[in-house]
Design a protein around this ligand. Structure first.
Ligand SMILES: [Fe+2]
Ligand SMILES: [Fe+2]
Length: 276
């Protein structure tokens, strides 16, 4: 007998990734502006990779999973416009933390993302495996690669991708978005509110009426309708590959930027020593 969808949900909820303290540590450490910027760069690149459906909805339909295809298509459609909104929020927070205008035009997504990228290169560039072509760490690239599988159309990968979608939407709804709300708003560090127009990204994603709640429902329904003895190992693989990749990204960002006790003063001193 295969696992039930509730058992899969429980499996994801009790995974270390789901309870990762990265956002709590963010709130506790009050990272320097350039660290906030570097964090947003890595998070932004990961989030961007999860939005496109590529061939996934079509592949589901081609394998006779019309209902799943529709549910996934709804998720993909609801992601449109989220890139510029995430950039706007990131630039706004960086400006607040810096108490000066680091990102002058929050509507200019490319310019904001470029600033985040520069800080990431500067702060994280010395880590092994950091790629200056993309501004990504190995762990970020691995998390992104899981979503590149949506370009494949074979049945096994398509079923795996359903597992990944379930884990992604549960993490988004249960860890990432509430985590961002905790460190960006509830912490009081940036003196911003959910109702600020620049924070619309969070407003749109968070809570009962947020996009992620609906995405999670869709993903649960899609997996529930296809779960059986044959599909379960593939679905589990998709879940595990995603959770393993994301937890190592969270671990690295947390260790390098937050839990390690990185402090602005320390960084300034380090820069001064290198510059001397
Ligand atoms: Fe989104
Ligand atoms: Fe989502």
């Amino acid at each position: 007998m295969s696992k039930t969808v509730n058992e899969l949900i429980e499996y994801i909820r009790t995974h270390r990734c789901f309870k990762h303290p990265i956002f709590k540590n963010w709130a506790a450490v009050n990272p320097a502006p350039e660290v906030v910027s570097a964090l947003f760069h890595q998070i932004q690149c990961f989030c961007a990779s999860t939005r496109p459906g590529w061939n996934f909805p079509e592949a589901l339909a081609a394998h006779g999973l019309a209902r799943q295809s529709q549910l996934l298509e709804e998720i993909v459609e609801s992601e449109s416009g989220h890139g510029p909104e995430l950039a706007r929020m990131a630039g706004y927070i960086v400006n607040r933390r810096a108490q000066r205008v680091v990102c002058p035009d929050l509507e200019d997504q490319a310019a904001v993302e470029d600033q985040l990228r520069k800080d990431s290169d500067r702060i994280l560039g010395t880590l092994p495996g950091y790629d200056f072509q993309t501004g990504l760490m190995r762990q970020t690239r691995m998390a992104i690669e899981v979503f590149e599988r949506r370009k494949a159309t074979d049945r096994d990968t398509t079923i795996q991708n359903l597992g990944t979608a379930l884990a992604l939407e549960m993490i988004s709804n249960g860890q990432l978005i509430p985590g961002e709300k905790h460190c960006l708003i509830d912490s009081g560090l940036y003196n911003v509110r959910m109702s600020d127009p620049e924070m619309h990204y969070l407003l749109e994603h968070f809570g009962e009426i947020g996009a992620e709640q609906q995405h999670e429902k869709n993903a649960v329904a899609a997996v529930a309708a296809v779960l059986d003895d044959q599909t379960e190992p593939l679905i589990m693989e998709g879940i595990d590959d995603f959770l393993a990749a994301l937890v190592s990204l969270w671990d690295l960002l947390d260790a390098a930027l937050l839990a390690s006790g990185y402090r602005e003063d320390g960084a300034r001193r380090a820069h001064a020593v290198t510059a001397a």
